[in-house]
Structures are given as C-alpha cells and as structure tokens.
Design a protein around this ligand. Structure first.
Ligand SMILES: Cc1cc2nc3c(=O)[nH]c(=O)nc-3n(C[C@H](O)[C@H](O)[C@H](O)COP(=O)(O)OP(=O)(O)OC[C@H]3O[C@@H](n4cnc5c(N)ncnc54)[C@H](O)[C@@H]3O)c2cc1C
Length: 462
C-alpha cells in the first residue's frame, strides 16, 4: 500500500514518519482508538535517522531522579508486549550490555553504578567475587524470564570463563541485563502496519506551514510534488527528528535542541573474532590506538594526523549483527561529537572505520588480525537530536493543539514506545504517568531544574 492523497481534514497531523511519529500514530490509533490520524513525511517512512541506528535497548540510565529508568522500563514492557503478540517479528533479544575494564581503579565505580541503578529501579545488583559464583549468562535469542539489574564480576577467572574473547587483562565486567537489541526497521514497519489497519493515513509531502490563527492549531500546509494542500486539523505533533527545531519555528516556538553527527561501522568478521552470541561489549577505559613503529613515526610528523597517537576516550563498543551465520559486526565510538546544523547527505571521517576497528581491538584482541589488511568497512549514521541534559521532549507546545516528540538522541528506538505512549496520553487528554513532567518542555522554566542542569553529571550517552 503506497502513500494516500492528502485528506482535507484530520483529528491530528503528525509531522515525521520516523520511529517517533510512527509510534505516536500507533499509540493513538491502535491503543487509544483515535480516528483521523494523518502521518506526513517528505521521505519514505523510517528512512532518515531511524534506519541508521545500532538498534540496542537498555533500562540502564543515570539519574538525577528515576524518570529515565521508569520511562525505559515502560518502553521495554511495551516492546516485550509487541514482541509477544507478533511472534517476535522484530527479533528482540536480551543479551545485555557488557561493560568491561582492565583498570582495577574502575571496579568500585562498577559496584556503585550497579547499586545506583538498582536504587533507580533498573533491577537488583548481584556481585560475583569468586570463580564458583552463580552468574547466569544471557541466552543468544529471546527475552523471556531473564534477570533484570546488573551482574558485576570482579573475579578475572570468572570473567575469562564466560567471556574468553575479552582482553586477558580484563579485571571486571558489569553485565546490565534488561538490555539487548532488535530490528528497528521491523519494529517500525510492524507499528506502521497495525496503525494503518486502524485507519492511519500516510501522506507523502513536506509540512511547510502550520496555521495558528488565533493562537491555536487550525491547519497544516503540505507541499508535495504535485502541489500544496491544506489539511484542517485542531492538533499537530512535531516528530521531525533532526528537523524538530525547524518545524517548531513554523509554530513560532524555539526548542532547546541541537544535533550531533554519529556514525557506526559494519564489517564482515570472517575470522569470527567476535562470537556470534556475544552481548553488546563496551570498553570503559580510554584507549591508545595500536600502530606499528613506522606508522607512529608517520603520524608524529604530520600535524593533521598527530591526534591518532593521543589517548581516545572510553566507550568504544560493538556487537554481532544478524543470525548465527551472518558475519556482520557493528562497531561505534563517539570520540568527537560537536553540535552542528543537520545537513544531508552526511559525510563521515574517512578514517572512522579504521579508528574504531583499532580501538575495539583493545577489548577484543582477536580483531587485531584485521589491522594489517583492513576489511571493507561500511560507515553510515545520522544525527542525535539532543537537549542539553540528553532527555527528550514529549508534551504540549505553547500553541494550543501543538505537541512535540523529539530530542530522542541516541536512544529513540528503545524509547519510542514509552515516549509515544506518553505523548499519546497528552494528546488524548488521558491521565499522565508520574514521569511525564521530566520530559515536558516547561521543565526549563523551573529555576530548581535549571540549577540542576548546571550541575548535571553523566548524560547516559555511550
Ligand atoms: C549511529 C546511530 C546509532 C544509534 N543507535 C541507537 C540505538 O542503539 N538504540 C536506539 O534506541 N537509538 C539509537 N539511535 C537513535 C535513533 O536512531 C533516533 O533517536 C531515532 O531514530 C529518532 O527517530 P525520529 O523519528 O525522532 O527521527 P527520524 O527517524 O529522523 O524521523 C524524522 C522524520 O521527519 C521527517 N520530516 C522532518 N521534517 C519534515 C517536514 N517539514 N515535513 C515532512 N516530514 C519531515 C523526516 O523526513 C524523517 O523521516 C542511533 C542513532 C544513530 C545515528
């Protein structure tokens, strides 16, 4: 079924058919029985940012407060429901996030993080200090009946038994358990199909203007190849991804959001350096890239390349992608994110693939076999659209009938259902969950919240 001709009226027009807009359409039409829902996108659904993701999920989020953990728990509950009812069409697993370190000084931080996460509602902390401890590994497939919270293993022999592919000097791991990955595209298509069955219409075109005569939403002008059309509507949801700020300005509203470019690398691990059943592996130590003596001399002599000899920040991570017989491994490392204006198509650092592969050979030394002859690395990515404290925006805008769901940063797939469920409650005038205030735009008007922002610690970004 292709896009439909532009209807003249709608109960709600949603701008953007990325995962945010699609999930809002689903939660309004399927779960709240709303009719007259129209999705407008100038591109094919899910094709701008939502298909560039690493597709991972976690309930592992820092404070202050428990809003992020509560929202993500709700979102993962919904993802699990959708996986069950669909026969797991989007292949959700529960392999966990495995944070690893070779630095004994970091072990107390692992223990504290597990305790803090437990206090925020992520699930209990289990510490394994001996080789005979009853640590339960994650299954390769499925998500049912798995532990929540985190296992911290501080006995290197136990680390080696379960994760023999990690660097031999790894001293501890933290395995966060209500985490894993799924196919974002399959999830998005499933939500879109269910929404269309309940009457949601997908219109191809660009939202060019929003009529707010008299201070409230009255209509939306949609430009398409064959001309412009007006949809009369009392409600408008801005779910425009990296253009959420631009679309808000059509309403005369400035949103406190910015974009950062983020890329991932995919390559064929023909040597099987990363086991197919591995969890998401995250190295929590800074890394110096491995180079030959000759390469080191060359980089040292070149001002443009000297940074390659410097210490890179902690956080290089990766995971196997696809079924057991797939050779694909995904790697990602954010070492140079800067705020920028979103522009397409994106260009990436030509060295990114090599840098990430070299970095990931620190936690997984078998990857070093590729360094003398690099495999073909496919690099793609998109923008993280962020607020200052990396918490998204879901709620009404200061124009009656206008709403936003944006700023979903690097977690929009995992948050999609919790965030859309929350926004749908706002739109449908239903009672709101207790975490709603943490995601409203008005939070920035609160002096106490602004003071909190100035002292904000970890934003939870990997
Ligand atoms: C490299 C990378 C890795 C990531 N990894 C993860 C991960 O592991 N887990 C996770 O949960 N998330 C991850 N993310 C984040 C996730 O992909 C995003 O948060 C999410 O896709 C944002 O969805 P969205 O619907 O807000 O935006 P988009 O997918 O960008 O959708 C916005 C849509 O709005 C449309 N639009 C904009 N303006 C207009 C207009 N005026 N008229 C009509 N249409 C308009 C666009 O065409 C687009 O289709 C990652 C992102 C990147 C880049």
């Amino acid at each position: 079924m292709g896009p439909v001709t532009t209807p003249r009226t709608a109960e709600v027009v949603i701008c953007g058919a990325g995962i945010a807009g699609v999930a809002v359409a689903y939660h309004l039409a399927v779960r709240r029985g709303m009719t007259g829902v129209v999705l407008v996108d100038e591109r094919p659904p899910l094709s701008l940012t939502s298909d560039k993701s690493t597709e991972c999920y976690r309930n592992w989020w820092p404070g202050p407060g428990d809003a992020m953990v509560a929202l993500m728990n709700r979102s993962i509950d919904l993802l699990e429901e959708l996986a069950r009812e669909s026969g797991n069409v989007f292949r959700m697993n529960r392999r966990g996030y495995l944070f690893a370190t070779a630095d004994p000084a970091r072990v107390p931080a692992f223990l504290t993080a597990a305790q803090e996460a437990a206090a925020l509602g992520a699930g209990p902390a289990r510490v394994h200090r001996t080789a005979s401890s009853d640590y339960q590994p994650a299954p390769e497939r499925g998500f049912e009946e798995q532990p929540t919270g985190a296992d911290v293993i501080t006995e290197p022999a136990l680390v080696r038994r379960h994760f023999p592919y990690l660097a031999p000097d790894t001293v501890a791991v933290l395995h966060a358990r209500r985490c894993g990955w799924f196919s974002g595209q399959q999830l998005g298509m499933y939500l879109l199909e269910r929404a269309r069955e309940k009457g949601v219409r997908l219109v191809e075109g660009r939202v060019e203007a929003v009529d707010t005569t008299g201070g409230r939403v009255r209509g939306v002008r949609v430009g398409a190849r064959d001309g412009a059309a007006r949809i009369a509507t009392p409600r408008f949801v801005n779910a425009a991804g990296p253009f959420v700020g631009r679309v808000a300005r059509l309403l005369g509203v400035d949103l406190p959001v910015f974009c950062e470019r983020h890329a991932k690398v995919a390559f064929h691990d023909t040597l099987g350096a990363m086991p197919r059943e591995a969890p998401m592996v995250i190295w929590t130590d800074p890394v110096r890239l491995p180079w030959s003596a000759e390469e080191r001399r060359e980089w040292a002599a070149s001002p443009e390349h000297r940074y390659l000899l410097e210490e890179f920040p902690q956080g290089v991570h990766g995971r196997p992608e696809g079924p057991r017989d797939s050779p694909v491994v995904l790697l990602i490392w954010t070492y140079d994110a800067e705020p920028m204006e979103p522009a397409f198509p994106l260009a990436f650092d030509p060295h990114y693939g090599e840098i990430v592969l070299r970095g990931m050979s620190r936690p997984i030394p078998a990857l070093a076999a590729y360094l003398s002859r690099l495999p073909r690395c496919v690099v793609d990515g998109g923008y993280y659209t962020k607020t200052r404290e990396n918490r998204f925006l879901a709620g009404p805008l200061p124009v009656e009938g206008a709403y936003v769901l944006g700023g979903l940063s690097g977690y929009g797939l995992m948050a999609s259902n919790g965030a859309a469920d929350l926004l749908a409650d706002h739109v449908a005038g239903r009672p709101l969950p207790r975490w709603a205030p943490a995601f409203r735009l008005e939070r920035y008007e609160d002096a106490a919240y602004r003071a909190l922002l100035d002292a904000w610690g970890d934003s939870g970004q990997l």
